[in-house]
Design a protein around this ligand. Structure first.
Ligand SMILES: [Zn+2]
Length: 540
């Protein structure tokens, strides 16, 4: 493998591979499991209301947490990471006792929590939030300056968790139905968060507050604050659900470059509405927001820092040339609007639901504009980044992802599955059906696997066990003797069966290998497995 390209892959998957060989602590369980102090209440709404002071790199404010009582209880868990501190928690103006265990804060409620009732509490907090070491992978607050010396500030927190900068129920299974984000900043700058801008309030002290309202369920890591010397331009997109406002916020100096490069945004929308169905957040609009790091799939405000170049920082991850036909960050991060923001994993172990479909989406974008061969060449090209170091599905309940193979092995699993289904329109309807069936939901891998099995009419349980839960790549072992072909699957899990397309001489045909030998007569000297299948083969 090209060492240079390999190092790029390492960058892409860094966050996910470092998680291997980890011993888990009580803190991991408090963060990664649905603890009893989380389970009894269901989030309905957050109002995050903070001021950001670039001169001291500090934030201060409160989050109002609204919830419905599922089962009466009196202790509730809120997460917030040091060095930020909770200064006060109140419910109905009564100050409440807080017991802290690392990043988990257990609040004892005084009021009766009647089943079915709607309640809220205000969590006040302040401090200097953790500074991002390597955004977006090792996130937090990025306090940067633009070329003109203006503050250029952004948050990123996938994996680490939103509790690195604001107090919340920091587990993916539960999402609010809507959210208001109010951010007070120095007057000279502009602030962009998720959803639609409701109003800007001016204050006498040289600050102003931006109020952004998110009309849809949103996952915690999707919430973001971006502050800079921005200029704004927009366009109306005629999509499957009508008119969609597409807004762009970029640094003043980059306006001309952005007007050119962001032409990929409506192209993206056209391709992905075709493959995945309507953009899932028409009410919240779609935004691309420039940030001082590579980018992230923040819901309805996708962040962008790819240098106004095609490829991944100007490079093609597939090594085929096709990766230079699009801006990697616009295409990849926006595909997450369907797989990550619309359909969201409940547990980070199932992060393939986000990254495999999204890495695969890169090839579907190419297919839409450049044909089926282009998409196939791209996805096959990305195999050079596959490590097979650990299973794609990670350990549950400890907030840990599986192998970084969730990106390009994941993409190739889906490409392989499409060959098996062997009906492009049915395959597209499965992708669209996933987005319709699990619209604005958090899901488990079993829900996704079962949906694809059910709608394709194929029992795919061994297929998913093979590719998601083991590191074995199925091997087609075969022998040709006296015009007889003997073949079977090796290096495979129990009950693994998958048809595979092979080329013999001039002819393409299907074999149906099982774990036991099958036999057929042929009149050619050798065969070749179609490269669309992510398998190996060995002639005995
Ligand atoms: Zn991604």
């Amino acid at each position: 493998m090209n060492k240079y390209i390999f190092s790029l892959f390492v960058i892409v998957i860094f966050q996910t591979t470092k998680a291997q060989n980890h011993t888990f602590t009580k803190q991991d369980s408090l963060r990664g499991s649905i603890t009893p102090e989380r389970a009894w209440w269901d989030l309905t709404y957050y109002h995050l209301d903070i001021s950001v002071d670039p001169s001291t790199k500090s934030i201060k404010g409160k989050n109002s947490v609204h919830y419905k009582v599922l089962e009466p209880d009196s202790v509730l868990q809120i997460d917030l990471q040091a060095p930020l501190i909770i200064t006060k928690v109140t419910q109905n103006d009564k100050e409440l006792e807080v017991r802290t265990d690392g990043n988990a804060h257990f609040i004892t409620l005084k009021n009766d929590q009647k089943k079915g009732s709607l309640q809220s509490l205000d969590v006040y907090y302040e401090g200097q939030p953790q500074e991002a070491k390597r955004a977006p992978w090792d996130g937090g607050f990025s306090w940067k300056k633009d070329d003109n010396g203006n503050d250029f500030i952004a948050t990123s927190c996938q994996g680490l968790g939103a509790s690195v900068w604001w107090p919340n129920k920091d587990h993916m299974y539960d999402e609010v139905d809507s959210m208001l984000i109010s951010v007070r900043i120095p007057k000279a700058l502009m602030e962009v968060s998720n959803g639609q801008l409701r109003r800007i309030e001016d204050h006498k002290d040289g600050t102003k507050t931006y109020n952004w309202f998110v009309n849809s369920p949103i996952n915690n890591y999707g919430v973001n604050v971006n502050i800079g010397d921005y200029v704004h331009f927009s366009e109306d997109y005629k999509g499957e659900k009508g008119l969609l406002k597409m807004d762009y916020y970029v640094l003043k100096d980059n306006l001309e470059k952005a007007k050119k490069q962001f032409k990929d945004a409506p192209r993206m929308m056209e391709a992905f509405e075709h493959w995945f169905g309507p953009y899932p957040f028409y009410e919240d609009g779609y935004k691309l927001v420039e940030v001082p790091y590579l980018g992230m799939e923040h819901q309805s405000s996708v962040t962008y820092g790819n240098g106004y170049e095609n490829g991944y920082l100007g490079r093609d991850l597939s090594g085929t040339g096709w990766g230079l036909k699009f801006d990697f960050i616009i295409i990849h991060e926006s595909a997450h609007e369907w797989f990550a923001n619309n359909i969201t994993y409940k547990d980070m172990a199932d992060m393939w639901i986000h990254e495999s479909f999204t890495a695969y989406a890169e090839s579907l974008f190419l297919e839409y504009f450049y044909g089926k061969k282009a998409g196939a060449e791209y996805v096959i090209g990305t195999r050079q980044g596959i490590q097979n170091d650990a299973p794609i599905i990670g350990p549950y309940n400890v907030n840990q992802p599986g192998s970084g193979d969730m990106y390009y092995k994941g993409a190739n699993i889906l490409h392989t599955l499409r060959q098996w289904i062997n009906d492009d329109e049915q395959w597209r309807q499965i992708l669209r059906g996933l987005n319709k069936t699990f619209y604005h939901q958090t899901v488990t891998t079993e829900q996704i696997e079962n949906y694809i099995s059910k709608t394709s009419g194929i029992d795919l349980s061994a297929f998913f066990d093979q590719y998601l839960r083991s590191t074995m790549i199925p091997n087609l072992e075969y022998e040709i003797k006296d015009q007889q072909l003997k073949y079977r699957w090796t290096n495979s899990v129990d009950k693994f069966e998958m048809p595979v397309q092979v080329v013999m001489g001039e002819k393409e045909l299907w074999l149906y290998p099982k774990k036991d030998w099958s036999l057929t007569l042929i009149n050619v000297g050798d065969l070749r497995v179609s490269s669309d299948f992510y398998v190996t083969s060995k002639r005995l």
